[in-house]
Design a protein around this ligand. Structure first.
Ligand SMILES: [Zn+2]
Length: 260
């Protein structure tokens, strides 16, 4: 099932490092196949990241006339369908190489995050076209998605999300899904090309997963999950503007005035 929640307290691993805004558990493929998964959207944490990080990133890096497309409902939908995509897709390779996770080894996490991103956006697109998301403006989903790529690359190469987003950036840029204006230093989405690039990357990742193609996955990530010098300079602009990489929580009984 899938529901939206407000988080009241983050503790342990979930309060160390990057703060999750949506959850799809369990990760174990056997349990997933037998019992399904539960998805949680943590709406207040999502709102905080949107207001404090995503909107300021857009103001710095997105073309001025596309900034109005950075929209909370689009962010919420993109994250939601990212989680839906985790729950779908290929769990076992189609050629007896065991589970995708076993076959792809240390590449499995980043590939799965990339899959969830592009397949999620693919689903938003198709559902909207079928009239299932009457309130969705696809342009909002795409521009918000691009701002989200910058946000997630900043998690760094040690994070599966960071690597997955660096790979998406490279793949999309090569296909003209967005263009950088060298005068303003801002990025503009080309909607038809981005749609095609999303389809192409979803196709590529799903095949690597289905085939359990470890060599192919390693090659894709080695080629793509690299932050180029021009991109790094743009990301540095976010840091110098004081835009945080992530949020931290002030929480607990003392903050609530309930401490002794
Ligand atoms: Zn994910």
């Amino acid at each position: 099932d899938l529901n939206a929640y407000d988080a009241v307290y983050y503790t342990g691993q979930s309060n160390a490092g990057s703060k999750t805004i949506a959850i799809n558990l369990p990760n174990d493929e056997q349990v997933q196949l037998r019992k399904g998964t539960r998805r949680l959207q943590l709406k207040n944490a999502m709102r905080a990241k949107f207001d404090k990080i995503l909107v300021p990133i857009g103001e710095e890096l997105i073309a001025e006339d596309q900034q109005s497309h950075i929209d909370f409902d689009a962010f919420f939908a993109n994250v939601m369908f990212h989680e839906v995509a985790h729950g779908l897709g290929i769990k076992n390779t189609v050629n007896q190489r065991g589970t995708v996770r076993e076959a792809l080894k240390e590449q499995a996490g980043a590939l799965e995050e990339g899959k969830a991103d592009v397949l999620g956006l693919y689903m938003v697109t198709r559902l909207q076209q079928q009239g299932e998301l009457p309130d969705a403006e696809l342009d909002d989903n795409y521009v918000t998605y691009l701002a989200g790529i910058f946000r997630s690359i900043r998690f760094g190469a040690s994070s599966a999300h960071g690597r997955a987003n660096a790979a998406q950036f490279s793949f999309f840029q090569e296909r003209g899904a967005f263009a950088r204006d060298s005068t303003s230093g801002r990025y503009r989405v080309d909607f038809p090309k981005m749609r095609a690039a999303v389809d192409a990357l979803a196709d590529r990742i799903l095949r690597l997963q289905g085939d359990g193609d470890y060599a192919g996955a390693s090659r894709l990530m080695a080629e793509r999950a690299v932050v180029s010098a021009p991109l790094q300079r743009d990301l540095d602009r976010l840091g110098s503007r004081g835009i945080p990489v992530d949020i931290i929580f002030e929480q607990g009984v003392d903050v609530l005035g309930l401490g002794r």
